[in-house]
Write a protein that binds this ligand. Structure first.
Ligand code: HEC
Length: 148
């Protein structure tokens, strides 16, 4: 093999390697995750926990503690938590306001309860947190969107 061909081969191998190590991305965050046949029920499932400052503070404590969410989604909600960095697809970036606009609370709740198939987002309710705690965390997750 000529030198140039070898160089090309090595560069291509390195590119592929870096793509697997640091190239993980979110799977389209605007695409629905709840299966179509359960979507209307999920959307109709309203958050019973009021988004008061007290409940949002409780949600933050759960997100950063018992719920373990921060490990993957990051303390600041950007999806860059230590455990999340190695996941492909990447955890949801909750600072993305477009994502929040697209989702009803009931859809987020459905994912916390059932997980998102084929991703690191496994079912966390009821194993790790109760239903009420899941709704409480959802109120906190909404606050990561700072803009429109
Ligand atoms: C082990 C890592 C991990 C942990 C811990 C984790 N998540 Fe996730 N989460 C993910 C990944 C990965 C995705 C992206 C899934 C996808 O693209 O479908 C995700 C996506 C989500 C979504 C977006 C679903 C949608 O509609 O697109 C919500 C909401 C969510 N997580 C909430 C939580 C909450 C609340 C907690 C804590 C109680 C939590 N996650 C803990 C990895 C994690």
């Amino acid at each position: 093999m000529g030198y140039f061909a070898k160089f090309l081969g090595i560069s291509a191998a390195l590119l592929m390697l870096s793509a697997t190590v640091v190239g993980a991305e979110e799977k389209d965050p605007l695409k629905a995750r709840v299966p179509a046949d359960q979507m209307s029920d999920a959307k109709a499932n309203k958050n019973p926990v009021a988004a008061t400052p007290e409940n949002i503070a409780k949600g933050k404590a759960l997100y950063e503690g018992k719920g373990t969410c921060f490990n993957c989604h990051g303390k600041n909600g950007d999806g860059q938590g230590e455990a999340g960095k190695v996941l492909n697809p990447s955890p949801r970036d909750f600072t993305n306001c477009k994502f929040h606009k697209k989702r009803k609370d009931g859809e987020l709740f459905w994912i916390i309860k059932n997980g998102s198939v084929g991703t690191g987002m496994i079912s966390l309710t009821p194993a790790i947190i109760s239903e009420e705690e899941a709704w409480t965390i959802i109120n906190y997750e909404r606050t990561f969107c700072k803009g429109e």
